[in-house]
Design a protein around this ligand. Structure first.
Ligand SMILES: [Zn+2]
Length: 465
């Protein structure tokens, strides 16, 4: 009897340990990736093959899924720093703040800190600036998310093992050492681009992998990407190589940060193309999972939805396939127009603009326009280029765009039958998908603050206040 009892106790212990051991954790956050951004991408992937319905993404095929609330401590509609803090630290805070409690202003630790304190290696990665709101929520504490320099200082002090992203935002401050200098003094090796990474990856130092200099703090949208640009799947590949050196396991956060920027700009292919980029990075994690299925957890979620994207333009069909003819983002086309202004010394003819619209949006070729569309484009060319007026740029949160570029994207949205009511965030649920050790925790309706706690539970992290 005693033997049988011991057997059951050890069986129970074994089950607990088995269910609780996510030695390797991948935490993907699509910034601004609501349900419509996910399913819009899946419709698009089918339409470009001439099929009806959806082509599932890697992460939407995971066996467990649920809904996540997104509201913050002071608003039904969150921003990325309050949502990032909820997803990182398990507390709701005020919009605009980062990693500090609403009343006391006290800093709160993130699941990445808990992982590090439990002996794991930690990686924090993104397609935008490494000190932008979402990655910063895992190591930063500031009254304002816009204190980029101070947040960058906190990155250097974090003690984490691997960072990657576009670049630092605002790396310098009058009279202070640059963030690059501070990071190097803290022991980090800074690498520029994937080739540089491959050449120097055998260093045993902690690492900050950034894109090549001169591109900016964001990795370009997938639709704007050129040969040699850093990608999220390269970042996850590099992160796995570096973090796996620790035999105790790792915690890796990877943000698809430009999905949100595409949403703010109501630029469908910029947004949906970056959902695909993040899915490509998830595929790298999934390959790792297949090698270590009992010890790996992959969680994919979002911080909020951006733009209020609706998969309808009225009527009963979608036409998202036309988005394939858009070859640059709205912002990228602004730069095309800008270059034309510069090259042609302000003598840009309608024929020039028409040719550029055909090349970059398929207009008059694969994408048929109404007479009204054509007149609007012609009018905008006249105001922007011929009439010698001061051009009023179309503003979204992250960009100022040529009005003609804004108009072209607006027309393509209508033809694709996609609607964007706002250029800000919405208060909708976001999805969560999970696979692997402890994945069954991520079903039903979950508050965003519960996700890091659930990860800590299944990974066995000691929660460090
Ligand atoms: Zn946003």
């Amino acid at each position: 009897m005693k033997k049988l009892f011991t057997f059951f106790v050890s069986m129970m212990l074994a089950t607990t340990i088995f269910a609780g051991q996510a030695k390797y954790v991948f935490y993907f956050i699509g910034d601004g990736m609501g349900p419509s951004e996910v399913q819009g991408t899946e419709y698009y992937l089918s339409q470009i093959k001439g099929e009806l319905g959806i082509t599932p993404l890697c992460f939407t095929s995971f066996p467990y899924a649920g809904f996540v609330t997104t509201y913050s401590a002071n608003s039904d509609v969150t921003d990325s720093s309050a949502a990032g803090t909820a997803l990182a630290c398990g507390v709701k805070i005020n919009n605009g703040a980062l990693g500090i409690l609403p009343d006391s202003g006290d800093p709160v630790n993130s699941v990445a800190v808990w992982a590090k304190a439990s002996g794991k290696s930690v990686g924090i990665t993104t397609s935008v600036g490494v000190n932008h709101a979402t990655p910063a929520a895992f190591y930063g504490h500031r009254p304002s998310r816009n204190d980029y320099y101070e947040i960058g200082v906190q990155l250097a002090q974090s003690g984490f093992d691997f960072f990657a992203g576009g670049d630092f935002i605002n790396p310098t401050k009058e009279g202070e050492p640059s963030l690059y200098q501070l990071a190097e003094e803290a022991g980090y090796t800074i690498l520029r681009g994937y080739d540089d990474y491959k050449a120097k990856k055998n260093t045993n130092k902690p690492m900050i992998l950034l894109q090549k200099e001169g591109i900016g703090s964001d990795i370009p949208y997938a639709v704007d990407a050129r040969e040699g640009d850093l990608t999220l799947d390269q970042i996850v590949t590099a992160a796995i190589e570096q973090l796996s050196k620790n035999k105790k396991g790792f915690f890796l956060m990877c943000e698809g940060g430009q999905i949100d920027h595409g949403g703010h700009a109501n630029d469908a292919i910029a947004c949906l193309g970056d959902v695909v980029s993040m899915d490509d990075a998830v595929k790298v994690a999934y390959e790792f999972y297949k090698k270590h299925p009992n010890e790996t957890l992959i969680v994919v979620t979002a911080d909020h939805e951006t733009g209020g994207l609706a998969l309808t333009g009225g009527g009963y069909s979608l036409n998202t396939g036309v988005l394939q003819y858009q070859k640059v983002s709205k912002h990228g086309f602004s730069q095309v127009l800008n270059k034309m202004r510069h090259d042609k010394k302000d003598k840009v003819e309608w024929a020039d603009v028409k040719a550029a619209l055909t090349e970059n949006f398929g207009f008059w070729k694969e994408v048929q326009l109404t007479h009204d569309d054509e007149m609007k484009l012609y009018d905008e060319w006249y105001h922007s280029f011929a009439a010698n007026e001061k051009v009023k740029m179309a503003e979204s949160l992250y960009f100022k765009d040529e009005p003609l570029s804004h108009l072209a994207v607006t027309i393509l949205n209508r033809i694709a039958r996609l609607s964007w009511p706002v250029g800000s965030h919405s208060g909708s649920y976001v999805p969560v998908f999970a696979i692997g050790a402890g994945a069954e925790q991520f079903t039903g309706r979950i508050d965003n603050t519960d996700i890091p706690k659930k990860i800590a539970k299944v990974a066995g992290y000691k929660v460090k206040k």
